[in-house]
Write a protein that binds this ligand. Structure first.
Ligand code: ADP
Ligand code: 5GP
Length: 208
């Protein structure tokens, strides 16, 4: 079994990252989404263990002390972290794993955490549209919307450091671009588009 690829995806809040990832999971086989731990309160409709593992600050900082996180960061006033054990198990099973993490977490992985990870950045088509989407989502109070819009300007500064940059203007187009990237990276790793390893010998195609 070949180890899967690790995809790191970041975007300013409201750019549409979660929406794109949900669609990708239904369209691309052998893809897994890492469920982070966070101290943020669950939004209406979110459930523990599905979008996030919702924990309190003492639990989170205890896990930091045990080095349970591959990376972690404080984002918009809450703590978020990626469980090291969960990711390594999914990669070893041959899944391509998506980490939906902020620019600080991505920097930690780029600067030594995980060689071979593939970095993707999703940007909105404009500031106006980003604001509209954040408000339209209707899940956050106004002060949270303002905080996230303020942070978005700083987050956009990191866009050039990612391997791929995708503008999420038309949703369907953005999803298809990401699907193409996943498939291309699989072929680069001598795997089929469905993620299964290519066995040239079994096909009778191995060099003699
Ligand atoms: P993020 O995970 O990046 O914070 P979401 O996926 O929650 O963002 O998307 C924010 C809002 O924008 C949601 O209401 C979503 O339905 C909407 N949205 C996402 N992509 C698009 C798009 N391409 N066009 C219009 N609305 C979109
Ligand atoms: P939200 O509260 O909207 O779900 O997420 C806020 C931000 O936290 C997003 O930019 C998201 O990518 C980021 N985030 C979610 N999980 C993690 C994580 O495990 N680590 C880091 N560094 N950021 C995360």
């Amino acid at each position: 079994m070949k180890q899967g690829n690790l995809f790191v995806i970041s975007a300013p809040s409201g750019a549409g990252k979660s929406t794109i990832l949900k669609k990708l999971l239904t369209r691309v086989p052998n893809l897994a989404f890492s469920v982070s731990h966070t101290t943020r309160a669950a939004r209406p409709g979110e459930s523990n263990g599905r979008e996030y593992h919702f924990v309190d600050r003492p639990t989170f900082t205890g896990m930091c002390g045990e080095r349970a996180f591959l990376e972690w960061a404080e984002v918009h006033g809450n703590l978020y972290g990626t469980s090291r054990a969960a990711i390594e198990a999914q990669l070893a099973q041959g899944f391509d794993v998506f980490l939906d993490i902020d620019v600080q977490g991505a920097r930690q992985l780029r600067d030594g955490g995980h060689p071979g990870a593939i970095f993707l950045f999703i940007a909105p088509p404009s500031w106006t549209e980003l604001e509209k989407r954040l408000r339209g989502r209707g899940t956050d109070p106004e002060e949270t919307v303002q905080l996230r819009l303020g942070n978005a300007r700083r987050e956009m500064e990191d866009a050039g450091r990612y391997d791929y940059l995708v503008i999420n203007d038309r949703l369907e187009e953005a999803v298809e671009i990401l699907r193409a990237v996943i498939i291309a990276e699989r072929c680069k790793g001598r795997r089929n588009p469905d993620g299964q390893p290519i066995d040239l010998a079994a096909l009778g195609l191995a060099a003699q």
